[in-house]
Ligand binder design. Structure first.
Ligand SMILES: Cc1cc2nc3c(=O)[nH]c(=O)nc-3n(C[C@H](O)[C@H](O)[C@H](O)COP(=O)(O)OP(=O)(O)OC[C@H]3O[C@@H](n4cnc5c(N)ncnc54)[C@H](O)[C@@H]3O)c2cc1C
Length: 316
């Protein structure tokens, strides 16, 4: 079932989770151990992130370097199918521009269609680790909106080979990313919102936000979106805090702020167990407030410590 149908049919706020594919070489059992305790909350859907391949330089015995391609977490599409099969739950694979050419994208979409997966979250992806800015290779998409257009085309039966006859129209429900604290490359919020509106006008069905820790920022974002004519559901993304290290890592990695009330409390903690308690209470308070304000879905980034998410969701 499509994400948009879950939202439209729900009487109350629904729950969804996001997971990462396992690290290559580790097998899928660790992912099942991660998800098993979360399934009691009946998530409407589960997102699986996509990880691009990277070029790395490995040293040869003679001291020279060779360039190799490494993909740390492959398998997004098949993991979605495996999760669907094991838990009978809908899945949302992420698709990115970086590291995918348009033919590979089309093949991935065809595979997803054959697997019975009719949801995708369409993203640009970040720059490769050895690049400072995102630069697509020739023949690849530059913006999420370009990838989105390819999915919309396939939904209209338009494939890359234009001589195909009587083509099947796929039915993908398409999500895109939104940033309550602005995407870090955008010169200002207004410009970022303009491009978000473009994604919606191209045919996206809903938005999932970057994590935020201050609900006021989410509400301001929703208001600004509505003011420029974005009417689609805006799903808040929520992440638990469970270690002091996150005080610096989260702002650096995701370009977000932590409210001083939260950071001050965390700084007073002596152990990460204490931080986890503070983080759990914060997540519960954020979630309850969002439910009271009628959000369609609470989408939890479960990466790292699923039990923190479970402990919070249990108390909603
Ligand atoms: C919910 C969520 C899930 C994510 N999952 C993944 C994942 O699985 N894998 C992964 O690698 N990354 C993931 N990311 C990270 C994401 O790929 C990065 O934040 C990336 O830098 C931007 O992606 P985007 O889809 O928002 O890009 P875009 O919408 O393309 O925007 C990127 C930047 O370009 C600007 N822009 C957009 N369109 C135009 C245009 N036409 N002309 C000029 N400027 C434009 C925007 O304002 C923005 O600054 C996720 C992010 C979120 C919020």
């Amino acid at each position: 079932m499509k994400v948009i149908d879950h939202i439209n049919q729900a009487k109350n706020t629904i729950i969804s989770f996001e997971v990462l594919p396992p690290v290559k070489g580790k097998g899928i059992e660790a992912l099942y151990r991660h998800l098993d305790p979360l399934m009691e909350f009946n998530p409407a859907f589960i997102n699986v992130t996509y990880h691009r391949s990277e070029h790395v330089f490995k040293k040869n015995a003679d001291g020279s370097f060779k360039k190799v391609i490494v993909r740390k977490r492959p398998g997004t599409e098949s993991i979605c199918a495996a999760i669907m099969n094991r838990y009978n739950v809908d899945t949302v694979p992420h698709l990115i521009c970086g590291g995918f050419d348009i033919n590979e994208t089309e093949d991935a979409l065809i595979n997803l269609h054959y697997l019975g997966i009719d949801n995708v979250l369409v993203l640009r992806g970040d720059a490769a680790k050895n690049e400072t800015t995102f630069e697509p290779e020739p023949g690849r998409h530059r913006y999420a909106s370009d990838l989105l257009k390819q999915v919309v085309n396939l939904n209209a039966g338009v494939y890359l080979e234009d001589d195909l006859k009587d083509t099947h129209k796929t039915q993908f429900c398409i999500g895109v990313a939104g940033y309550p604290e602005k995407h870090f490359e955008a010169p200002n919020m207004q410009t970022d919102l303009k491009y978000l509106k473009e994604k919606m006008d191209c045919g996206a069905d809903y938005i999932v936000t970057q994590m935020f820790f201050d609900n006021a920022k989410y509400y301001a974002f929703v208001k600004a979106c509505r003011e420029i004519g974005i009417t689609a559901p805006i799903i808040p993304g929520l992440k638990p805090i469970y270690s002091k290290k996150q005080l610096n890592v989260l702002p650096k990695t995701f370009h977000i702020d932590l409210p001083s009330e939260l950071s001050n409390e965390i700084l007073r903690c002596k152990t990460d167990e204490e931080v986890e308690q503070i983080g759990t209470e914060w997540l519960i308070a954020q979630s309850r407030d969002l439910i009271e304000n009628g959000v369609p879905v609470l989408h939890y980034y479960t990466i790292g410590k699923p039990h923190v998410v479970a402990n919070a969701v249990k108390r909603l």
